[in-house]
Design a protein around this ligand. Sequence first.
Ligand SMILES: Cc1cc2nc3c(=O)[nH]c(=O)nc-3n(C[C@H](O)[C@H](O)[C@H](O)COP(=O)(O)O)c2cc1C
Length: 413
Amino acid sequence: MSHVSRQSTGCPPRLIGRVGLKRRLYAGADVQRAQSIEELRAMARKRVPNFCFEYVEGGAEEEISLRHNREVFTRIGFLPRTLVDVSVRRQGRRLFGQDIASPFLIGPTGFSGLLAREGDVAMASAAASAGVPFVLTNVSTTSLEEVVRRSGAQVWQQVYLYRDRAFVASVAQRAQAAGIGVLVLTTDSAVYGKREWDARNFSSPRRLDWRNKLDVLRHPRWLIDILYPHGFPRFANLGDLLPPDQTSVRGAAAAILGQSLSAALDWADVQWLRGIWPGKLVLKGVMQVEDAQRAVALGVDGIVLSNHGGRQLDGALSTMDVLPEVVAAVKGQLTVMLDGGFRRGADIVKAIALGADAVLLGRATTYGLAAGGQAGATRALEILRSEVDRVLALLACPDIDQLDASYLRRLQA
Ligand SMILES: Cc1cc2nc3c(=O)[nH]c(=O)nc-3n(C[C@H](O)[C@H](O)[C@H](O)COP(=O)(O)O)c2cc1C
C-alpha cells in the first residue's frame, strides 16, 4: 500500500511525512470544502476572534450538559432494514401548515452580527435557500422587519420574557405586522446561565482583556467584515429596553440580558401571551411531560424541548433523554420539536424516529456562519440535508414519515 501511494504522489516518503499527510480537518476559507459540521467548526475557530468563538462554543459551568448533548447520540444505534427500493427519497415535513424541505430549521442564536456582517440576514437567507424556517433571535442586530424583507425566509420570531411586558407586546405586534406567523417564547432563561469561559475573556463586563484585544488584532479580515466602518454592530430589536448609549453588542450579553430578563416568568405570562398573539405560539425550553401537558391545556401550538445547548442549567438532561416520554404524552396535541447537540444528519434522523416533528439547529449553522457568512450557513444546511438523505437510504426507509423507533436500538451505557 505504501508503495502505491509513493508511486502515485511521486514524492519520497520522507517528504510526505514532513508536509503532514495525517488525518486532519480542513481549516481554510473555502466552505465548499467542508465535509462536516465539525469541519465548519474548525474553520470558524480560525476565522473569528477567540471571544466570539468562545461565545458560540461554550456551555455553563462544568459543561456536563454540553458534552451529554453529543454523547447521547452514541447510545442510540440504528437497526436498518434491507432490500427496499430507496431510489426516490423524501425528507420534507409539514410544520404549522407549511411545507419545509428538510426535518430541521435554524433555531434562534443571538449576536450573529458578531460572526459575520449582517449575520441575521445571512442566516435567514441561507434558510430561505434551503427551504426551511429561520427563528430570529430577539437579540439580533438587524430589525425583524428588515430580516423578513431582505431574506424572503419563513421567519419565526423568538422573544424572551423581559421585565417590561409592554416591550414583549410590542415585539408581538411588530412580528404580526411583518407577516410573521410563529412566536417562540424562550422559557429556560429566568436568569442568565453561568458561562465561565465566556466571562473569562472580559476584564469587566463590557471590556475584553488584553489577550483578547491582541487576538482581535490578529483577525484583520474579521475586523473589516464586522467593524468597518461603523464599529461594533448594535441591537436592532430591543427598542427602548436599552439606554441609547448601550445598544452595542460589545460584551453586552450577560450584562444587558441579565438585567432585563424577568425571573418572574410563569404560566400566567404564557396565558397572557396566548391572549395577545393570534399566530402560532411555541414554548422553547420545556423538558417535563407535565409542562408539555400544561402547554397543551393553554392552547400553545408547539414546544421545543431544549436545555439551551447546555448554556443554562448545567447537568440538565439531554432532550433526547426525554423525547420519547414527552411524545407519548402529547403527540398529536401540539408540535414537538427539540434541539441540543445536533451536528449530523444521523442525529436528526434519530430524533424523528423517536417521534419529533422537527429539529432546531443551534451551533451547527452558527459555525457555518462564522466560517463563511451566508455561504457557510448554506453549506451547513447542505451537509445536513445530504446526510439525512444518505441515512434514510442506508436505513432502507425512503420516506421520513415512515421512520419510527423500530429503526433504533438504545444501547446500554
Ligand atoms: C451562540 C448562541 C446564541 C444563542 N442565542 C439564543 C437566543 O438568543 N435565544 C434563544 O432562545 N436561544 C439561544 N440559543 C440557544 C439555541 O437556540 C439552542 O437552544 C441551542 O444552541 C441548541 O444547542 P446546539 O447549539 O448544541 O445545537 C443560543 C445558542 C448559541 C450557541
